[in-house]
Design a protein around this ligand. Structure first.
Ligand SMILES: [Fe+2]
Ligand SMILES: [Fe+2]
Length: 222
């Protein structure tokens, strides 16, 4: 469903950009997955959220705004111990006044906040029923978590130890084979986008594992 009032989403964009600016200056992020990475991930998730919403016939503004805010807790809490498990529920708490201030109704904000709350572990503490916006946010997030760019950054976390990288990729491949057989995503568009990324990652990871396996001294006599 096309946008009813683009200014509501524009206000959410302004808020997220400001949170990113503050966090980039203040918070000690992971050296690879920086505040800039988180902001750029947010933009891509919003892009996928729009695609999925349109294909599913859902309200585009609701889905895009929820996607824009789904990881907002990273900007507020990314330097605190043990915050990750709760970043969905914390994000929902942060987002509610932002969404109401941007002009969304109470009901709309509740649906979006629920989607933000459950995107990490499927759990919310708002008593709101699960709904279709949840699936859009979760699928859009998961599509980008398996992107080509993410592969590069992800491998960089083990760039100094090829053996460890190969070990990590073998474990990753076991998961990817399962995902190839049965998609964990919920929407049709999400499943299609996810399958494209899994199909891209599998041969690449298999190739890196092979590279690691032949990175050794030649066997004696050969
Ligand atoms: Fe997240
Ligand atoms: Fe995310």
């Amino acid at each position: 469903m096309p946008s009813k009032d683009g200014s509501r989403v524009a206000r959410v964009v302004e808020y997220v950009q400001e949170q990113h600016r503050v966090a980039a200056a203040r918070v000690q992020f992971d050296p690879v997955f920086t505040a800039d990475y988180r902001y750029e991930h947010t933009l891509r998730v919003a892009h996928y959220g729009r695609l999925i919403a349109d294909e599913e016939g859902l309200d585009r503004d609701l889905c895009v705004a929820a996607c824009l805010l789904h990881d907002v807790a990273y900007f507020a809490c990314g330097d605190r111990e043990g915050w990750w498990d709760d970043h969905g529920r914390m994000g929902a708490e942060i987002s509610r006044p932002v969404l109401l201030g941007a002009g969304f109704s109470k009901e709309e904000a509740a649906a979006m906040c629920h989607a933000i709350a459950v995107h990490v572990d499927g759990k919310a503490d708002d008593g709101f029923p699960d709904g279709p916006v949840d699936d859009v946010v979760s699928d859009a997030d998961n599509v980008d978590r398996f992107s080509a760019l993410r592969v590069v950054l992800w491998c960089m976390t083990e760039k100094d130890d090829l053996g460890k990288m190969a070990e990590m990729l073998r474990e990753r491949l076991a998961r990817l084979y399962k995902y190839r057989d049965k998609s964990p995503l919920k929407t049709k568009a999400g499943q299609r986008l996810f399958a494209e990324r899994v199909a891209l990652q599998i041969p690449l990871f298999e190739g890196i594992v092979r590279d690691a396996e032949i990175t050794r001294l030649p066997a004696g006599g050969n």
